[in-house]
Design a protein around this ligand. Sequence first.
Ligand code: KG4
Ligand code: ZN
Length: 344
Amino acid sequence: MLILGIETSCDETSAAVVRSGRELLSNVISSQIDIHKIYGGVVPEIASRKHVENIMLIIDQALTEASVTLEQLDGIAVTNGPGLVGALLVGVAVAKTLAFAADKPLIAAHHIESHVFANILSFPDLHPSFLALVVSGGHTSLIAVDDYNSYRLLGQTRDDAAGEAFDKVARVLGLPYPGGPEVEKLALNGNEHAIDFPRARLKSLPVTNFDFSFSGLKSAVINYLHNCEQRGVEIVIADVAASFQRVVCETLAINAVSASKQFGYSKIVLAGGVAANNKVRETLQIYCKQKDIELFVPPAVLCTDNAAMVASRGYYSLIAGKTAGWDLNAVPNYPIGKNDNTSE
Ligand code: KG4
Ligand code: ZN
């Protein structure tokens, strides 16, 4: 079965063709980073316009690279949320139009659930159940995945997402957008134990045991920098980056491993843009090894936003008979586990 995936939820315009959920035939990603860099972050209106300009070219390229025609497809999957509403609408409108014109099933894909499928694409023998840790610019989520179409949120960030914290800390350190890779690079030359930034512990709060919080850590970095400036103390920004990154990594690893033990999962899969970070990968690996948990980490290109993961996610909806109606809409705040594929 051949699925075309379309992804336009933020600042990457992407289209991909995947065979039977796991075999990647093409994955074309056009990043708008250089445009948004000038503004220090993603400008939603510009993102939508660039998607409009690029999307058909990207889809053409994905079909050409896969040597597949529109007619040969078995379905068209599109991210319809969460994300920037204007950006999402571009992908949704294009997917609907192509699916209607070519008489193909339309499949809605949840962006965070799709991130998990970077692992399905990367590891041929991996099947649910497992625990997924999705760490992106907009979300930090721990999800129990018991089946390809069953997602249970066990924990999420109460404030800033991990990627957002990376980006904000990068900005105060004077680094360009997106900050995650810049902080990682800078941290390579720093001492990660130089500064003792706090790690948020939310265990005693009643909502769930496995929520995350990164805004306190971000504020601690800002306060540290102000304090040093006021006292005329020299700031070693590589130490700040490394110390901040260590706390993020420990927070992610401790929560994921504890949840996995509590809920009885022996596998953790990592996904989302922040999963491209080598320190995040290494720290998770160390914690998982200690507790005899198997860790799966996809290649970096599948961790950040791409349409291959959308096509893979869509395949598993389609074979379960779940497709979307022509009234499919963009849903900027789309809860995990809710499915917009209405026909069964
Ligand atoms: O998943 P993604 O591509 O888009 C969203 O769905 O948000 O994630 C983007 C986020 C950004 O915050 C970016 O700074 C972060 O992932 N990121 C990283 C790294 N590469 C991307 N954070 C830390 N280290 C990296 N190497
Ligand atoms: Zn994403």
